[in-house]
Design a protein around this ligand. Structure first.
Ligand code: NOJ
Length: 548
């Protein structure tokens, strides 16, 4: 079994990572070339967002063939080459697995549409009359199909019909798919919206006035979820592979059932509480960033899981805008990117870094909604706050769009940021700040965000305390400073992060005031350890040793 507690992962959303064959689309040839870069960063594994064939209604999260690679990204042979090279570098490879829905272009769905009495008729959720649920991505959650004279359920887009997990044949299919990839040598799965797999029988109506998620009480953590998860766990146990579940809107109480005790079916869960410090469910309702809410989201999971389960740690992925633009400051880009890294990487759990996060990439702001690609952002623009003027609505998209994390990775200062060859149009806009923010520049600069991420990963890896130590938060009510410690045997680390753009005075907790700590990491040069005035977005990590 993998000791994932010591590990850290890098997430690749391949379409925007690196174009290796010169067609303007990121692919596995590009990944192959850049595996050395990922290794150098100091992580232990890669999570690939879906690589499978897909019509791209939701950029890969609508799968039309679970046993192949999207032609834009290469083929199975190229995947095997990447896998082999990753393994030879000591990197584990985790595949995304979408079990809640397929693409409407998957052959199972096409068959299912044909009639009510074929082998695939019951693979999806069909009803004569729809209930009142909304879908998360577009309008009502039901779509009519004349050939069956019935409606199918789609919690996400119309092109993502929900599978009927109550059908044992569907679960068998999923287990076979898992085996297919595990036999090839992959090391585990990141399981998409795993808490949505079991729906309440009868599919009762939800509250009529709650948009997008009114059915959620009836499909989240549903009645048979732990039975189904146990079946998938059994397969993974045979291979000793890692299972990370995405749990949208799952509270820590429900999460514990997946993560511990007799129903344990996941090694870790991707939680969302700390990602809602400036919004409610990212896209829909915005509010000014609240440090207290960020701290509450993190501490809640840190305390609840202590000694019982294991956390995932992340600030970015393909579903969230760039963290510097959200919780940090584009004015203090470098300082705040580093401070944010400190704020989460030394918590207890396994850190994930999303492509470009290690460079301090920021949000993109396109001038027209027609330039956006993400279905969820487009739906958001046209569906919510309809009475607001278009500029206001566009501003909301600038703040919240998932497309901000999907711009090409900035490799150097040449045309197209080195993502694809000059003269070729990249599939999506490159962030105009690429001349300043890119791998080549940052590799050379010892004070760059990239080199700071490397330091953080190295420090974490070097310390049992930072991996296993107990977490405690201090001064929770401070709206400027996030302070916590990690304690293991006679070693403690005190982590202090200022979220303020003006200098702030920081007090130490009583238990640390008289102790001599060594400053082991800081995002400012020449920090005098005795000066407790923190500069904008300053972060410090102190190490303390008790006499035994
Ligand atoms: C969660 C994925 O991370 C997101 O990108 C996707 O749109 C939804 N699940 C639906 O698959």
């Amino acid at each position: 079994m993998m000791d994932y507690r010591r590990m850290s992962f890098y997430q690749i959303w391949v379409r925007s990572f690196m174009d290796g064959n010169g067609d303007g689309i990121g692919d596995l040839y590009g990944v192959y070339k850049k595996l050395g870069y990922i290794k150098e960063l100091g992580v232990d594994g890669i999570w690939f967002s879906p690589l499978y064939p897909s019509p791209n209604a939701d950029y890969g999260y609508d799968i039309s063939d679970y046993r192949n690679i999207h032609k834009d990204f290469g083929d199975l042979d190229q995947f095997k080459k990447v896998l082999e090279k990753a393994h030879s570098l000591g990197l584990k490879v985790i595949m995304d697995l979408v079990m809640n829905h397929t693409s409407d272009e998957h052959p199972w769905f096409k068959k299912s549409c044909e009639s009510r009495d074929n082998e695939y008729s019951d693979y999806y959720i069909w009803r004569d009359k729809p209930n009142n649920w909304y879908s998360i991505f577009e309008g009502r959650a039901w779509e009519y199909v004349p050939s069956r004279d019935q409606y199918y359920l789609h919690i996400f887009s119309k092109k993502q019909p929900d599978l009927n997990m109550d059908n044992p044949a569907v679960r068998e299919e999923m287990k076979e798919i898992m085996r297919f990839w595990l036999d090839m040598g992959v090391d585990g799965f990141r399981e998409d919206v795993v808490n949505f797999l079991s729906k309440r029988s009868g599919l009762p109506d939800g509250l009529p006035f709650v948009p997008a998620v009114n059915g959620m009480p009836f499909y989240k953590d549903g009645p048979h979820i732990h039975e189904y998860m146990a079946e998938f766990r059994a397969v993974c146990r045979e291979y000793g592979c890692l299972q990370i579940g995405e749990g949208p809107m799952t509270g820590v109480g429900s999460a514990m059932k997946y993560l511990s005790g007799p129903t344990k079916s996941l090694d870790m869960m991707i939680s969302f509480d700390h990602m809602m410090a400036d919004c409610i469910y990212t896209e829909y309702i915005h509010r000014p960033f609240s440090l207290i809410s960020y701290k509450s989201g993190l501490s809640k999971w840190q305390y609840a899981l202590e000694g019982k389960a294991w956390n995932t740690l992340y600030l970015e992925n393909h579903d969230h805008p760039r963290i510097v633009s959200r919780y940090g400051s584009e004015v203090f880009r470098s300082e705040s990117a580093k401070m944010l890294a400190v704020s989460y990487m030394f918590l207890k759990g396994t850190p994930f870094i999303y492509q470009g996060q290690e460079l301090g990439m920021t949000n993109i702001r396109l001038m027209n909604i027609l330039l956006y690609k993400d279905i969820s952002s487009i739906n958001n623009f046209y569906t919510y706050h309809k009475d607001d003027p278009p500029e206001e609505r566009l501003k909301r998209i600038h703040i919240s769009s998932r497309d901000s994390s999907r711009t090409p990775v900035q490799w150097d200062a040449t045309e197209n940021a080195g993502f694809c060859p000059p003269g070729i149009k990249p599939w999506f806009f490159v962030n105009p700040n690429y001349r300043k923010v890119n791998v080549k520049v940052e590799e050379k600069d010892p004070g760059s965000v990239l080199n700071f991420y490397k330091k953080c990963l190295k420090l974490r890896r070097s310390s049992k305390t930072l991996i296993l130590g107990k977490y405690h938060e201090y001064f929770h009510l401070s709206s400027h400073v996030y302070m916590y410690d990690r304690v293991y045997k006679n070693i403690s680390y005190l982590i202090i992060c200022s979220f303020s753009r003006i200098p702030v005075m920081v007090n130490l907790p009583g238990s640390y005031r008289k102790r001599e700590g060594i400053l082991v990491l800081s995002n400012y040069e020449k920090t005098k350890p005795d000066r407790m005035i923190f500069r904008p977005y300053e972060a410090r990590v102190y190490r303390f040793r008790d006499e035994e």
